[in-house]
Ligand binder design. Structure first.
Ligand SMILES: Nc1ncnc2c1ncn2[C@@H]1O[C@H](COP(=O)(O)OP(=O)(O)OP(=O)(O)O)[C@@H](O)[C@H]1O
Ligand SMILES: [Mg+2]
Length: 497
C-alpha cells in the first residue's frame, strides 16, 4: 500500500459571523498518498479553499476549528506550535493560489522574490544546528502549544456555557427551581473547567522540566558537534591554502595564474560550505525558473510582476513554492484565471513537476475537465462535506452520488461544446445547512430519508465510497441520468477504438 503523506480526519471548521456560524467544513476526512494527485471538486462555497487553508495554517481570524486532525509526518498540524508550523508551511507543504498577482509583491523584482526564502536561511552552520536539535525542540514546543490549546478549549467551553446560562436567566418565565438548576450547572461547568486547568498545570509541572532539560542537553551537544564540523572545514581550508601558497612561492611564472585561480576556487568552496551566497541563491533561482519554463530567466530575473503575462506569473508563483523543495503541493484553482491554452500549459507543468520531483498534490478545482487531466483520485465536495470519493475512473465511469451525476451532467460536451444540464437550484445557506443529505433539496432522486438522516458512506468498491441513501440495500433501484450514462458509453466506446 502506498504511504500516506497527509491524513485529514473529521475536520470541522466554522466561521463566526454577525449572522451566525457559517458551517464551512463539516467532518471532512481524506488522505493523500505519496506521489498522487487528489482532486477536490465541488461548486463554489463547498468548502474546498477552507480545507486547503486549514492544511496551510492560514485560516481567517474568525475561523474556529471545532474538531479534527491533519496529520503530517506524525504530527497534528492543528496542534503544533507556531514555530513548528512555520518550518512545515512553505518548506514541506507549498501552495499555489488562483490569482498569482495576489501572491506576488508588485513592487519587488521577481528575482528577489524567488531568492528571498533561500536567503533568509542562508547561514548553513545555523541551519545545521537547527536540524540537529529539531526533535527535542519540536517536542518541547508542541507540548507547550498542545497544553495551551487544551486550556483554551476548556476556557472557551466554560465561557460559552456561562453566556448561555446568563441569557437564560434573563428569561422572565423561569421558575425559581429552574434558575437554581441553571446556576448549579454553571457552577458545575466552572468546577469542570478549573479541574482541567489544574490537570494541565500538573501535566506541565510533571513533563516540562524533562523536555526542557532534554532540549538544553541536545543544544549543548549540537553546539559542540557544529563546532567540530566548523573547525574541520576551517582546518581543511587552511591546509589547502597553505599548500597552494607554498607551491605558488616555488612556481614558474607561467603557472602563477593557474594557482591563483585555484586559490580563488578553494576560497569560494569554503564560503559556499558556510553560507548560501547571493550568487548561489541566484544560480538556484535561474535553475528553477528554467525548470518551470520561463524563457530567458537571466533577463526575467530583473523584471517586475507587471512585466509578466498571467501564465508566466503563475509559473513564477510555482517557482517560489519550489525553492523550498516541498513534499506536498496544494493547488487551489491555479488555472481558473487563465485562458484555455495557457491553462493547459500550466497543468502540463504541474504534472511534469509532480513526476520529476515526486510531489504529492492536492488539486482543487470546480472544473471536471481539469480533474480528468490531473487526478489519480477524486473527492467530490458538497456543502462542506465529501459526498463521494474514488479513483478518477470510479468517478467518471461509475459515479454513484446524485451530486456527482449533476456535476457530470453539467460539463460541456466535447463534441457539441454545449453545457448539457445546469445543476438546478442554488447552493445551501451554510449558516443553516440542510439536515440529512444536503443535496436532497436540489435532487430529483431524493427520498424521504434524505431530508432527515445523514447518509453514511456506502462502499462501492475497495477505494470507492459514496454518501447517498440510494446505495442502501433497501433503496429503490435508481439509474444515473441518461445524459451521464450515454456519455460514459460514448467515452468508453471512443477509448476502445
Ligand atoms: N472568513 C470567512 N468568514 C465567513 N465565512 C467564510 C469565510 N471564509 C469562507 N467562508 C465561507 O465558507 C464556505 C466555504 O468557502 P470556501 O472558500 O472553502 O469555498 P470554495 O469551495 O473554495 O469555493 P470557490 O469555488 O468559490 O473558491 C463559504 O460559504 C464561504 O462563504
Ligand atoms: Mg475556493
Amino acid at each position: 500500500m502506498a504511504k500516506k503523506v497527509l491524513e485529514v480526519k473529521d475536520l470541522k471548521i466554522s466561521f463566526k459571523t454577525d449572522n451566525g456560524f457559517v458551517r464551512a467544513v463539516r467532518n471532512v476526512s481524506f488522505d493523500l498518498e505519496e506521489g498522487e494527485t487528489l482532486c477536490v471538486v465541488g461548486e463554489s462555497g463547498s468548502g474546498k479553499s477552507v480545507t486547503s487553508k486549514a492544511i496551510m495554517g492560514i485560516l481567517a481570524n474568525n475561523a474556529i476549528v471545532e474538531n479534527g486532525s491533519i496529520i503530517y509526518e506524525g504530527e497534528n498540524l492543528l496542534e503544533v506550535s507556531e514555530e513548528e508550523f512555520h518550518r512545515i508551511r512553505g518548506k514541506k507543504i507549498g501552495m499555489i493560489f488562483q490569482d498569482p498577482l495576489s501572491s506576488l509583491n508588485p513592487i519587488v523584482k521577481i528575482g528577489k522574490q524567488i531568492t528571498e526564502a533561500t536567503l533568509v536561511n542562508s547561514c548553513k552552520i545555523k541551519k545545521l544546528f537547527q536540524e540537529k536539535i529539531v526533535i527535542q525542540l519540536v517536542a518541547y514546543r508542541n507540548f507547550i502549544s498542545q497544553n495551551k490549546i487544551a486550556y483554551l478549549k476548556a476556557l472557551a467551553k466554560y465561557e460559552e456555557e456561562k453566556a448561555t446560562a446568563k441569557k437564560r436567566l434573563k428569561e422572565e418565565s423561569l421558575s425559581e427551581a429552574e434558575s437554581a438548576a441553571i446556576k448549579e450547572s454553571v457552577r458545575a461547568s466552572k468546577m469542570a473547567y478549573l479541574a482541567i486547568k489544574l490537570k494541565l498545570k500538573a501535566e506541565r509541572k510533571e513533563k516540562l522540566p524533562a523536555l526542557k532539560s532534554a532540549l538544553k542537553k541536545r543544544k549543548k551537544e549540537a553546539k559542540a558537534e557544529v563546532k567540530v564540523y566548523r573547525s574541520t572545514l576551517k582546518a581543511e581550508y587552511a591546509a589547502k591554502i597553505s599548500t597552494l601558497k607554498a607551491s605558488k612561492a616555488n612556481a614558474k611564472e607561467s603557472d602563477i595564474e593557474k594557482i591563483d585561480q585555484e586559490l580563488a576556487l578553494v576560497k569560494k568552496e569554503y564560503i559556499d560550505s558556510l553560507y548560501i551566497t547571493k550568487a548561489e541563491a541566484k544560480r538556484r533561482a535561474i535553475e528553477i525558473m528554467t525548470e518551470v519554463g520561463i524563457p530567458m530567466p537571466e533577463r526575467r530575473f530583473k523584471q517586475y510582476p507587471f512585466q509578466f503575462s498571467g501564465g508566466m506569473r503563475q509559473r513564477i508563483v510555482i517557482a517560489i513554492a519550489l525553492t523550498a523543495d516541498p513534499d506536498i503541493l496544494i493547488c487551489d484553482e491555479p488555472t481558473t484565471a487563465l485562458d484555455v491554452t495557457i491553462q493547459a500549459q500550466i497543468l502540463d507543468l504541474i504534472n511534469k513537476l509532480k513526476r520529476e520531483r515526486k510531489l504529492s498534490c492536492v488539486f482543487i478545482t470546480h472544473d471536471l475537465g481539469v480533474v480528468a487531466n490531473m487526478a489519480d483520485r477524486v473527492a467530490v465536495m458538497y456543502a462542506g462535506k465529501i459526498v463521494e470519493y474514488g479513483s478518477v475512473n470510479d468517478i467518471f465511469y461509475n459515479p454513484k452520488h446524485p451530486y456527482t451525476w449533476a456535476l457530470l451532467s453539467s460539463i460541456p460536451d466535447v463534441d457539441s461544446k454545449e453545457r448539457l444540464e445546469a445543476i438546478p437550484g442554488t447552493p445551501p445557506d451554510m449558516i443553516y445547512p440542510p439536515a440529512g443529505d444536503a443535496f436532497a433539496l436540489r435532487s430529483k432522486y431524493a427520498m424521504g430519508i434524505d431530508f432527515n438522516h445523514e447518509p453514511p458512506f456506502f462502499k462501492v468498491s475497495d477505494n470507492h465510497y459514496a454518501a447517498t441513501w440510494l446505495l442502501h440495500p433497501d433503496a429503490p433501484k435508481v439509474e444515473m441520468p441518461k445524459i451521464v450514462a450515454e456519455r460514459i458509453e460514448r467515452t468508453k466506446g471512443g477509448s476502445q477504438q
